[in-house]
Design a protein around this ligand. Sequence first.
Ligand code: SAM
Length: 282
Amino acid sequence: MSERFTETLHDDYAQSLGVAKVLYDNNSSLQHIQVFENDRFGRVLTLDGVVQTTQGDEFIYHEMLTHVPILAHGNATRVLVIGGGDGGMAREVLRHKSVEKVTMVEIDEGVVAFSKTYLPSLSNGAFDNPRLDLVIADGANFMATSTDEFDVIIIDSTDPVGPGEVLFTDSFYGHAKRRLAKDGVLVTQNGVPFMQPSELTGTMRAFQKLFADWGCYIASIPTYTGGPMAFGWGSDSSKARDVDVAVLTKRLEAAGLDLGYYTPSVHKAAFSLPRYIEKLLP
Ligand code: SAM
């Protein structure tokens, strides 16, 4: 295998993946979109030179950003996804039959269009699900102008560069808090703390001002390279974070989900942080 994809997220460190076959390489009106086959991870989606998701390890990321807040909440019927153009997050949320409506706000319809063609296993029919309301818009504008309320809000954005930058601001988080219903939970893709420490600290400073219960949890996703990824957690619920394994187990059984990474014990353990990540929290 001669051709390789080298990620451009960091100037001084890069992961490189073998390219067995290029499936798509084009610019939408907003981003450079590439999809290629890799022998180990299957199909890989990159935006502006940064790995977004791969068939091989997407289950870890999508399970931990959906089932943790939804099962902790216990009665989520309205879920908002910001970003998530590949459809993986919507797919995983829609597996919860208790969820009546998923609103997905994606800025780049080009990501949705090619994901349907080149990455159909990620959305797995989510885009045709009547419970999904797909909105093509900037998530920041949506959050500032919407009057809807949500039980769970998931920020499945790119990194804070390009169109994703606005999704890491205090004003965006403030608007998100106002969109949360009582006892609602906000979770965010917050980068790999070992590589992007200030990204997590910035979000946590904002959450500390906004929420009674704030913090983060972690999971390791191989192609989000450099150590575990952090997921921001913000809620005014006094119960959601502390739901115990027995209750989570009952809720998971009721949901009837056969998963690849998430378990109630993994859920609880994910909030135990290594010291270097704890130190990044204000
Ligand atoms: N799993 C990936 C990660 O952790 O980096 C994120 C995957 S998903 C493909 C990221 C999505 O966020 C992309 O489809 C991108 O178009 C979308 N996005 C970026 N900025 C946005 C914005 N301001 N509003 C809505 N969607 C945005």
